[in-house]
Design a protein around this ligand. Structure first.
Ligand SMILES: NC(=O)C1=CN([C@@H]2O[C@H](COP(=O)(O)OP(=O)(O)OC[C@H]3O[C@@H](n4cnc5c(N)ncnc54)[C@H](OP(=O)(O)O)[C@@H]3O)[C@@H](O)[C@H]2O)C=CC1
Ligand SMILES: Nc1c(N[C@@H]2O[C@H](COP(=O)(O)O)[C@@H](O)[C@H]2O)[nH]c(=O)[nH]c1=O
Length: 628
């Protein structure tokens, strides 16, 4: 509580260590590095529940002498407050010189002044051990590179340091910033479903093993279900006071708490965190009917705001009543959990707590929006055939369909058991596009972790000339030994789907694409003809298409020396076509695409760099099934 108050008042959160009280560490191996990174992760979590759930940063500084004493610690209280690294450096003082700093996550930088990095560098830190790279693409790898360029040794867990203890520390770093990792990887906020349930289902044997089994079955089985309320709908309270205090903390760690309309009707909840100050999450009610009471605790928005999300056109008069009380109403064409979380993502939310009943939780689980589950199981039996259960109908009929939770943990809270686990693994943001091995195979000078990524897509982007839609004609050999000038790489590529086909109509298709007025039109026409006449596409298209593209690209860059120079100037960078839809040529929305266009450009770049004697001879292209 004292700590909470100190933090709420904005006091510095650094912990000073006296040289005399330093813990003596005699172990010099990886395990010690891992334990300090883990400590940094633990520290970073200290502000959770008191600040908005923004990235959590912690820092531990230890000497590199044989004792490897901890000399400073710090953690970020909130965005805009003193960085963890600065606090740890201040706490360690003169002990920083030659020391090692451990951080759970690569430092980010909001202001462009790199306060955290300067503190480490100026204090004379010689080594930095980093748990995970920054999950945000524009920050990932930047601080690591900057520190290395200043001569500091930087070791990243899983890249430079690998061992069982490192894996454990890495996991702590992932868990502590799970909301940001999910948000960055999946473009949805991190969603946690929490409920309190009784012990009784259709089968009951009161042992811990039963509880564990019961928990997993609760999510999935029509045979074993605890109750989240009595048959009447009365639910206060199932879990103990101690458990409910934990729920207040969970609320404080979230950007929003969601319930359904029926929970508002039955419980008249407040949904506030009442754990001694700190962050107040937005309260959200999902109601299709908008058949909600005129007077409710949630309509009192003096301290915390409430948003009601509803179906377009639902009870407009009631919408006005809500608006008059200061409640925001947002309409959706079809109200569903996925669209709601997408909307909340756009509003910048990182973490959502679902405190709804079984109907809405089933809908949320089925929509794939729930990442984690917290089930508070109370040693109570309420019975009742119609008493509601935590998760409604999921359409599963066999236990083999049950959703298995990952990383399940069990914690006793007062008389209750809190069982937690993940429904979706924490995303791995490490691989860049293309993967580690492939990147260095294409261009050995590239480091898959440290090379900056250049994204290009639209022709008006800074590197838009790399797009196949760029207006650069190419002169390519034809079947008769002459040359044909195609309006763009895209024209040439699309037409070559039909080159060499024995069907006479193929010539018409090639002509139609050739005459297309723009690269967009060529792409549209080529794709349409391929869709409508798959039998007309050359039989070896899948095998030759990258070769066709490579030759067209080579011609474009050879015929346009300024483009070639531009390509060469990107040396050291990974090139990615930022197409969210094309998972073969593009990198996809989240790096799931194969990025073959980027790969071909990197291959060409390597060739151009190693061969400065290029001539303007357009390359030969294969045009039939036989000669490819
Ligand atoms: N023990 C516990 O942890 C908890 C217990 N409860 C208890 O559960 C009971 C309420 O359960 P339940 O009715 O399932 O819960 P909810 O009210 O939380 O969810 C159902 C309601 O959500 C709204 N909704 C909006 N969109 C959807 C959608 N796409 N799919 C499903 N529902 C949607 C509807 O509201 P509308 O009808 O207004 O359109 C619907 O009636 C109460 O007795 C309450 O006390 C509730 C929460 C936690
Ligand atoms: N019954 C029940 C819970 N119910 C949840 O808590 C909400 C009430 O919150 P508040 O009005 O802020 O106290 C209620 O609407 C429902 O979402 N939670 C629990 O931890 N344990 C319980 O036994």
């Amino acid at each position: 509580m004292a700590m909470a108050m100190a933090m709420a008042m904005g006091f510095a959160t650094a912990v000073k260590f006296k040289a005399s009280s330093i813990i003596n560490n005699s172990d010099h191996n990886h395990a010690l590095d891992a334990s300090y990174v883990k400590r940094a992760a633990e520290l970073s979590d200290k502000s959770a529940g008191f600040t908005s759930p923004h990235p959590n940063f912690g820092c531990v500084i230890s000497t590199t002498s044989s004792s490897r004493n901890v000399v400073g610690e710090g953690y970020l209280y909130a965005q805009g407050t003193k960085p963890a690294e600065v606090q740890a450096v201040e706490a360690a003082g003169e002990y920083c010189r030659g020391a090692t700093a451990y951080v759970n996550m690569e430092p980010g930088d909001c202001d462009g002044d790199n306060t955290a990095l300067s503190a480490l560098i100026q204090a004379g830190i010689s080594r930095v051990v980093i748990g995970i790279r920054h999950p945000l693409q524009h920050l990932r790898g930047k601080a690591i590179q900057a520190l290395r360029s200043e001569g500091l040794q930087v070791d990243v867990l899983g890249e430079d340091l690998r061992s069982v203890s490192m894996e454990d520390a890495l996991k702590s770093c992932l868990l502590v910033n799970a909301p940001l990792l999910y948000r960055s990887a999946s473009r949805v906020p991190f969603s946690v479903l929490k409920y309190a349930m009784t012990l009784d289902g259709e089968y009951h044997t009161i042992t811990i093993i039963f509880i564990q089994t019961c928990y997993i079955c609760t999510i999935s089985s029509p045979f074993l279900t605890g109750k989240i309320a009595a048959s009447s709908g009365h639910a206060s309270w199932i879990s103990s006071k101690k458990s409910r205090s934990r729920v207040f903390e969970l609320r404080g760690r979230s950007d929003a708490v969601i319930v359904g309309g029926n929970t508002v009707r039955k419980d008249n909840p407040r949904l506030t965190p009442r754990h001694g100050g700190g962050h107040l999450p937005m309260r959200i009610v999902m109601s299709q009917t908008l058949d909600l009471p005129e007077v409710a605790n949630l309509w009192n928005v003096t301290v915390v705001p409430t948003i009601v999300v509803t179906q377009r056109g639902a009870r407009r008069s009631f919408q006005k009543v809500l608006a008059s009380k200061g409640v925001e109403v947002v309409e959706f064409d079809i109200l569903n959990p996925k669209d709601v979380v997408d909307y909340l993502y756009d509003r910048g939310y990182l973490s959502i707590l679902w405190e709804c009943g079984g109907t809405l939780s089933a809908s949320a689980i089925s929509s794939g929006v729930i990442h984690k589950v917290h089930a508070f199981v109370a040693p109570k039996i309420i019975g009742g055939k119609n008493a509601p259960s935590p998760v409604g109908e999921l359409g599963m009929v066999e236990m083999t369909q049950a959703l298995d939770l990952i990383d399940v943990s069990y914690e006793q809270i007062g008389p209750d058991m809190l069982i937690s686990g993940y429904l979706q693994p924490i995303p791995d943001l490490t691989p860049v596009i293309p993967s580690v091995d492939e990147t260095s195979a294409i261009d050995p000078s590239l480091s898959p972790y440290d090379s900056p990524i250049i994204f290009f897509y639209k022709t008006w982007d800074p590197y838009g000339s790399f797009s196949n839609f760029s207006p650069h004609p190419i002169k390519m050999p034809d079947e008769n030994g002459g040359y044909v000038t195609w309006s763009s790489v895209e024209h040439y590529y699309q037409a070559h789907k039909f080159v060499g086909s024995s069907d006479p109509n193929a010539q018409n298709y090639i002509q139609e694409i050739f005459l297309s007025k723009s690269p967009e039109e060529a792409a549209r026409t080529g794709r349409k003809l391929q869709r409508e006449h798959p039998d007309m596409v050359r039989c070896d298209w899948e095998n030759v298409k990258t070769d066709v593209m490579y030759r067209a690209l080579k011609c474009k860059f050879l015929m346009n020396p300024h483009l070639k120079s531009m390509l060469k100037s990107t040396v050291g960078c990974v090139l990615v076509e930022a197409s969210p839809h094309d998972l073969f040529w593009g990198g996809g929305r989240d790096g799931e695409g194969l990025n073959y266009l980027g790969r071909l450009l990197m291959k060409l770049r390597s060739e151009f760099l190693s061969d400065d004697d290029d001539t303007l001879n357009p390359p030969q292209v294969s045009t039939t099934c036989e000669d490819t």
